[in-house]
Design a binder for this molecule. Structure first.
Ligand SMILES: NC(=O)c1ccc[n+]([C@@H]2O[C@H](COP(=O)([O-])OP(=O)(O)OC[C@H]3O[C@@H](n4cnc5c(N)ncnc54)[C@H](OP(=O)(O)O)[C@@H]3O)[C@@H](O)[C@H]2O)c1
Length: 250
C-alpha cells in the first residue's frame, strides 16, 4: 500500500523537518497549509513551493500554545484546502539545561509546545479522521523520549509524553482505518540542533523528510526511528541501569 496525500496541514513548517516535509508534499502535488509563528519564514517556504509549480501552499501564523484557536483554524484550513488527509505535527522547542538551572517557565514552554500543542491539534483531527474512516497523523517525537535526560529534562519528558499520546491515539483510531505515525529521529541537521556540540550519526534534513514520508505512505500506523539504526541505540538506552545512565552527559 502507498498512501497518496492531497491535502495536508504541517504545524511547524517555517524551518527544519516540517519545512522540508511541506516542500516534498507539494512537489508531489499536495495542497499544503504551513503553520508556525514566523510569517517571513513561512512565506519563504510558500514562495519556494509556488515557484516549484506543483502543489500549492497557504500560510497561517499560529502559535501552538494558543489552544483555543485550534478548532476554528482547523475548520478554516480544511475548507480552504478542500479536505484533509494528512496532519504533520512538527512544532518543537528544545533547550539544553545547564548544571544548577531550574526554570519552570522555560520547561513549561517546552512541554506546551512539544506535547500539549500536539494534543490540541491531534484531538480534533483524530475525531475528523475517525468519522471519515481515513487519514494520517504524523507526530515528531524523538529518541530523546526513551529516557529522562539530565541535560534535556523538559524536552525528554515532553517527547516521552508525546510518544505515549500517539500510541494511545493509534490504539483508538487504527480500527477506523486511521494511520498514526510516531517518528523518533536521532540527530537531524536543522536550526534546532545547530548549536549542539555533539551530534552523533547526524543526517541531512532531506533524508529525514524522505524517511518520514516513506513511513507515512506505507500506512499501518508505524512507530519508526529515523534512521532505523537509532532503534539499536534505543534498545541499549532502555536497558541501561539508571545509575549508569545518569553518569552520561545526555
Ligand atoms: N533536529 C533534530 O535532530 C530532531 C531530532 C528529534 C526530533 N526532532 C523534532 O522534530 C521537530 C522539528 O524540529 P526541527 O529539527 O525541524 O527544528 P526547527 O527547525 O527548530 O523547527 C521547529 C518548528 O517548530 C515551530 N514552533 C516552535 N514553537 C512553536 C509554537 N509555539 N507555535 C508554532 N510553531 C512553533 C517553529 O516555527 P516558529 O518558530 O516559526 O513558530 C519551527 O517551524 C521538533 O518537534 C523536534 O523536537 C528534531
Amino acid at each position: 500500500m502507498s498512501l497518496v496525500f492531497r491535502h495536508a496541514i504541517v504545524v511547524g513548517a517555517s524551518s527544519g523537518i516540517g519545512a522540508e516535509i511541506a516542500r516534498r508534499l507539494a512537489a508531489d502535488g499536495c495542497a499544503v497549509a504551513l503553520l508556525g509563528r514566523r510569517a517571513d519564514e513561512l512565506e519563504g517556504v510558500a514562495r519556494e513551493i509556488r515557484a516549484g509549480g506543483r502543489g500549492s501552499a497557504i500560510v497561517r501564523v499560529h502559535d501552538v500554545t494558543r489552544y483555543d484557536t485550534v478548532t476554528a483554524l482547523l475548520e478554516e484550513l480544511v475548507r480552504e484546502l478542500g479536505g484533509l488527509d494528512l496532519l504533520v505535527y512538527s512544532a518543537g522547542a528544545m533547550h539544553k539545561t545547564g548544571e544548577g538551572e531550574y526554570d519552570f517557565a522555560r520547561d513549561r514552554l517546552e512541554l506546551e509546545t512539544n506535547l500539549v500543542g500536539a494534543v490540541a491539534w491531534t484531538t480534533p483531527v483524530a475525531a475528523m479522521f475517525e468519522a471519515k474512516r481515513s487519514g494520517t497523523i504524523v507526530g515528531l517525537s524523538s529518541i530523546a523520549g526513551e529516557r529522562g535526560r539530565r541535560t534535556f529534562p523538559a524536552y525528554s519528558t515532553s517527547k516521552a509524553g508525546l510518544t505515549a499520546w500517539l500510541e494511545a491515539l493509534r490504539n483508538r483510531v487504527a480500527r477506523y482505518g486511521v494511520n498514526v505515525v510516531t517518528v523518533k529521529p536521532g540527530f537531524v541537521d536543522t536550526p534546532m540542533t545547530a548549536k549542539l556540540e555533539q551530534k552523533p550519526m547526524v543526517i541531512p534534513v532531506q533524508r529525514a523528510a524522505n524517511l518520514i514520508l516513506a513511513a507515512a505512505r506505507r500506512g499501518g500506523s508505524p512507530s519508526v526511528f529515523i534512521p532505523w539504526t537509532w532503534w539499536l541505540v534505543a534498545m541499549v538506552l532502555r536497558h541501561m541501569p539508571s545509575r549508569i545512565f545518569r553518569r552520561l552527559d545526555l
